[in-house]
Design a protein around this ligand. Structure first.
Ligand code: MRU
Length: 353
């Protein structure tokens, strides 16, 4: 059997190629972004999605934007506008802002008299580094995460924190991949993840590609699955983790965490350091993206609610730190009290840089 692992994002040198995740699993189509505006659109439409993938896509978007200037004067006058448009695509995942800041700091450090070609090359080099580091980081997260499991378990996940949501391998699903290869995971229960079905369309599909046993459930079945001892752990990704260990992730994650607590099941979060917001004190301050009502009232373009009904469509929720059993990063596994372990993590990173 040949396993074709599809790449969510690929830099072609002249353009950014994105796997259109809105069409999966029915169609495998790529979007070729030749300008930053197309990258902006792809992030807004969720054609590329998942916190680390969005960050990497925005970094390459900035490279494409930088290439549109004719001279360095125009570059300095306009690059901030490009960065801003990319920042305004989605508000919750901090990786987006982290990647853009990292890119902008490259040019901030450069000489104002640098020629345009050097500036653009510097940006391209940084974007490529962001992308390739993401893959290495995910391998590390996965190694650390797999060590949390001693005996074979069934695990539940929500949304998609897999290869598709990153540059490759995945965070939460990276841990699943690694633990499965070590014989420590027998089955994955994938929440379908309403309203946009990242769990069924992406996670179930990704796991099936690799022959990892997966059982798809609707979101409202998670409690019953736990009650019946069908899962022994939960693992999810994150879009933003604040200093106190509160975790923003796909809407529905909070409910899963509450259920896990009730059933005495560990609730693990896997995320790279780029998902930590070391400035924000608590999850109460995290901006939660609200998306259009038609994602709730319609299903594949068909109305599933009375016309004109009021609806609410937050794309993310925040799980309080008290419900999080551990946070798996590329630097190791963080445990409570997060106020302390996250500060130590920050100091460790500063020491490395
Ligand atoms: O709206 P999405 O699909 O971008 O939301 C994605 C998630 O919530 C993921 O769990 C998160 O970004 C982590 S991806 C490694």
């Amino acid at each position: 059997v040949v396993i074709i692992l599809l790449q969510s994002i690929e830099w072609k040198g002249h353009s950014l190629c994105l796997l259109n995740q809105t069409l999966l699993p029915n169609r495998i189509e790529y979007i070729e972004c030749h300008n930053y505006q197309r990258v902006v659109q792809a992030i807004k439409r969720l054609e590329v999605r998942g916190a680390p993938a969005i960050g990497a896509a925005a970094a390459f978007g900035l490279v494409l934007g930088a290439r549109e200037f004719d001279n360095s004067q125009a570059f300095w006058a306009g690059i901030e506008k490009v960065a801003n448009e990319l920042r305004q695509t989605r508000p919750t995942a901090v990786n987006l802002f982290w990647a853009i800041e990292r890119m902008m700091s490259v040019i901030d450090k450069s000489n104002k008299d640098s020629n345009l070609i050097d500036l653009v090359l510097g940006l391209e080099k940084e974007a490529i580094a962001i992308a390739s580091e993401d893959l290495d980081i995910n391998y590390k997260i996965s190694q650390y995460g797999a060590q949390l499991f001693n005996e074979p378990v069934s695990i539940l996940t929500h949304c998609n924190a897999g290869a598709l949501a990153t540059v490759g391998f995945g965070t939460a699903l990276g841990v699943v991949r690694q633990a499965f290869s070590e014989g420590k995971i027998t089955r994955v229960y994938a929440d379908e993840t309403r309203p946009l079905l990242q769990g069924s369309r992406l996670t179930a599909w990704e796991l099936m590609q690799e022959k990892i046993p997966v059982t798809l459930i609707t979101d409202n079945m998670a409690g019953w699955v736990m009650k019946n001892n069908m899962v022994q752990a939960v693992i999810v990704g994150a879009d933003r983790i604040t200093l106190n260990g509160d975790v923003a992730n796909k809407i529905g994650t909070y409910s899963v965490a509450v259920l896990a607590k009730e059933h005495n099941i560990p609730f693990y979060v896997a995320a790279p350091v780029s998902t930590f917001d070391f400035i924000m004190k608590s999850g109460l301050d995290i901006p939660i993206e609200e998306r259009l009502a038609d994602e709730v009232t319609h299903f594949s373009g068909i109305a599933i609610a009375p016309e004109g009904v009021d609806s609410f469509n937050p794309a993310f929720d925040v799980t309080p730190n008290s419900l999080v059993s551990a946070i798996i990063t590329e630097y190791g596994v963080l445990k409570k009290p997060y106020q302390e372990t996250i500060i130590s993590l920050q100091q460790k990173i500063k020491g490395v840089l």
